[in-house]
Write a protein that binds this ligand. Structure first.
Ligand SMILES: [Zn+2]
Length: 383
């Protein structure tokens, strides 16, 4: 498979064979996946489907039975019971190897900061897939990992040191300020005095038996601004993608002032998921030279309807600012469906532009290559 393709293959074949860089995903689950595990990993909900129902009737579950079943030697649209039975027969390792190979991913950028003990590490993912892997550091997880050894006055420099060490190998960072607060935060960096006071409150709470989970807005803003200082791309969770968000506060237009404030710093802002605010993200990606976007996560979870999302992402954002990602976590089905649904959408949308004479096929191939891998390579300085 090469990104250039061959002169004789159709545009759809070119997109189907394009090697992808998955710029936002997590590791495959380790250990044995039970049916109950599958049901929970196959949804962004934190709770199981109501009694008598199944995630296999969600848009993603429908896509799994259409796209993944044949790769496990089952007929398309097999029942949930047959799918889970076959999955168990083959075992997690074999299912993962088959589905990840069929996704056609050449490189995974892995967020290692979420439930890290339950998923494969970047070297384990590389071994499983034969693809290259690189790491994205989650800012809040890094801060939480150093908290027990910090004093209030020492927190800021300890975090700076930890981030510098992490960025010796990681290619970017991720902020989940959207989950922990919302995107409607004060876009200015907090003062040193504010950070020390906030760290004091947080650390005292931990010492008194409180949660390590960092939700203090001053500290969340501080982590973000420290990351800006290092200049590597910052992934920001936007919109759909977790049960603990307040959705309307995860609209990326709340980030407009932060985008202004960071425009000349050299940092790149990577807006993740973006659903249902894909158009808002696209507008920011057009306006600001350092704002990028993807439709990850939402593509898998909208299954048969996912083409609409990819189409919206290509309405106003430049072709050089939209990226492919699966946002897969745990289940190999999420990597496969993310990739196949994205290929289906891009082949249809750009194929239409070619058919109607809006774009030449040479440009359409160049755009597909940018969206699928080239933009990620440029944004993160890969290869
Ligand atoms: Zn995500």
């Amino acid at each position: 498979m090469s990104a250039e393709g061959t002169a004789t293959e159709s545009f759809a074949e070119f997109v189907a064979g394009l090697p992808l860089v998955d710029h936002h995903c997590h590791g495959v689950r380790t250990g044995t996946t039970t049916d109950a595990d599958f049901e929970l990993l196959a949804t962004e909900s934190d709770w199981p489907a109501p009694p008598g129902t199944s995630v296999f009737d969600n848009p993603f579950g429908i896509a799994v039975r259409a796209l993944c079943a044949p790769l496990l030697d089952l007929p398309r649209h097999c029942t949930a019971e047959d799918y889970l039975r076959r999955r168990g027969e083959l075992g997690d390792q074999e299912v993962s190897a088959r589905l990840l190979a069929a996704s056609g991913t050449e490189k995974y950028l892995l967020d290692t900061g979420f439930r890290a003990s339950t998923i494969m590490t970047p070297p384990e993912m590389a071994q499983l897939t034969g693809a290259a892997t690189q790491e994205i550091v989650r800012l809040e997880a890094l801060a939480e990992s150093i908290a027990p050894d910090c004093t209030a006055a020492g927190f800021s420099s300890a975090f700076e040191d930890a981030l510098e060490r992490a960025l010796e190998h990681a290619v970017g960072v991720k902020s989940i300020i959207a989950y922990r607060y919302g995107l409607d935060f004060d876009p200015a960096p907090p003062t040193n005095a504010e950070v020390t006071a906030a760290a004091g409150r947080w650390l005292a709470g931990i010492e008194a038996g409180g949660l390590v989970r960092l939700t203090d807005l001053v500290l969340l803003r501080h982590l973000l601004w420290r990351a800006v200082g290092f200049g590597k791309p910052i992934q920001l969770h936007v919109g759909f993608g977790d049960a603990d968000i307040v959705l309307h506060r995860c609209d990326p237009s709340h980030l407009t002032e932060f985008a202004h404030a960071t425009r000349e710093t050299g940092v790149q802002l990577m807006l993740l998921h973006c659903y249902p605010y894909i158009r808002e993200a696209g507008i920011l990606a057009q306006l600001f030279p350092h704002v990028w976007m993807d439709t990850s996560c939402a593509v898998s979870h909208t299954g048969p309807s996912s083409e609409t999302l990819v189409r919206q992402s290509l309405e106003s954002a430049p072709m050089h600012k939209v990226l492919y990602a699966s946002d897969a976590f745990g289940l190999p089905e999420l990597y496969l469906c993310g990739a196949q649904l994205w290929r289906r959408a891009v082949a249809r949308i750009l194929g239409e532009w070619v058919a109607e004479g809006f774009a030449g096929e040479t440009d359409a191939r160049r755009y597909a290559e940018l969206l699928g891998r080239g933009n990620a390579i440029r944004a993160y300085g890969l290869e």
